[in-house]
Design a protein around this ligand. Structure first.
Ligand code: SAH
Length: 241
C-alpha cells in the first residue's frame, strides 16, 4: 500500500481491496480490545459488547493510524479532531441503555464510528457534525459500510436536530461548558443523555442525565477529556444554561 506514507492524500480515497489475512488480524485485535479494554473494565451489557466486537473500527481511521485502530487510546481523524478511546465509546453507549426501538441523537459525528456502534443497537441514529468535510466523510464511510440508517447533518449540534426530535437518548462527544438547553428540550420524558461538561482545556466530567417529571436527574460518572464543543452559532461560549 504505497499511500501509507502520504496520509493526507489518501484519507478520502476508496479503501484498497479487502485482504482476507488483514481482516482476520483486525477481527482478532477487535476481540482482544473488547475483552481486555472494555469487559475487563466493567462494561457488561452483552449487546454493547457484541456491537463493539462487530463494528470495524479500523475502517473509520485514516490509513496512517489504522494499525493502532484497536489500541487503548484516542486517534487523530484529521481537522484537529479525534476518535474517542474504545472504552469511552463502550462506556457511554452502555450508559444510554440503548433499546432496539430507540431513536438516538449524537452530537459530534467525527469519524462516524460511535454512530455505527449505536446503529447496531437502536432503530435510528441522527448525528450532527460542525466540520462539514468530517460530516461528509463520515456519511460516505457509513454508507460504504452499510450503516444506512444513520443520518448525518453538517451543523451546530448545540442546537440539536429539532425536526427529528424527540429522542429516546442523546450522546454528546464534544464538551460544552454547560448543558445545552436545546438538547434537554429534544429529549423524551424518561430519556437519557450522556455528555462531557467542562472547560475546553481543563477537567471535564461525564454526566448522565435523565429527564423525569420532577426535573433533570444528573449524575457525574467519569472524569474525561474531550475536544471542546465549538460555539459557532452562539458567538461566545457560556451564553448561559
Ligand atoms: N464521536 C466521534 C468522535 C467525536 S470527536 C467518533 O466516533 O469518531 C468530537 C467531534 O465533535 C469533532 O468531530 C468536532 O468537530 C465535533 N464538534 C465540535 N463542536 C461541535 C458542535 N458545536 N456541533 C457539532 N459537532 C461539534
Amino acid at each position: 500500500m504505497a499511500c501509507l506514507l502520504t496520509l493526507g492524500g489518501c484519507e478520502s480515497e476508496p479503501p484498497p481491496p479487502a485482504d482476507p489475512g488483514e481482516a482476520v488480524a483486525y477481527a482478532a485485535a477487535r476481540a482482544r480490545m473488547v475483552r481486555e479494554q472494555i469487559a475487563a473494565r466493567g462494561v457488561t451489557d452483552p449487546r454493547v459488547l457484541g456491537a463493539m466486537g462487530r463494528v470495524p473500527r479500523h475502517e473509520f481511521i485514516p490509513l496512517g493510524a489504522r494499525s493502532q485502530a484497536y489500541e487503548d487510546w484516542p486517534l487523530p481523524i484529521g481537522h484537529g479532531q479525534t476518535i474517542s478511546q474504545p472504552y469511552v465509546v463502550a462506556f457511554m453507549t452502555a450508559a444510554l441503555e440503548p433499546r432496539p426501538g430507540d431513536r438516538v441523537l449524537e452530537i459530534g459525528t467525527g469519524s462516524g464510528y460511535q454512530a455505527a456502534v449505536l446503529s447496531e443497537l437502536v432503530a435510528e441514529v441522527f448525528s450532527v457534525e460542525i466540520v462539514a468535510p468530517l460530516a461528509q466523510r463520515a456519511e460516505t464511510d457509513l454508507k460504504r459500510l452499510r450503516y444506512g440508517h444513520v443520518k448525518v447533518r453538517a451543523g451546530d449540534g448545540y442546537l440539536g436536530w429539532p425536526e427529528a426530535a424527540p429522542f429516546d437518548a442523546i450522546i454528546v462527544t464534544c464538551a460544552p461548558d454547560h448543558v445545552p438547553q436545546a438538547l434537554v428540550d429534544q429529549l423524551k420524558m424518561g430519556g437519557r443523555m450522556i455528555l462531557p461538561v467542562g472547560p475546553p482545556s481543563g477537567a471535564q466530567e461525564l454526566y448522565l442525565l435523565r429527564k423525569t417529571p420532577k426535573g433533570l436527574e444528573r449524575q457525574a460518572v467519569l472524569p474525561v477529556r474531550f475536544v471542546p464543543m465549538v460555539p459557532k452559532a452562539r458567538g461566545v461560549a457560556g451564553a448561559g444554561d
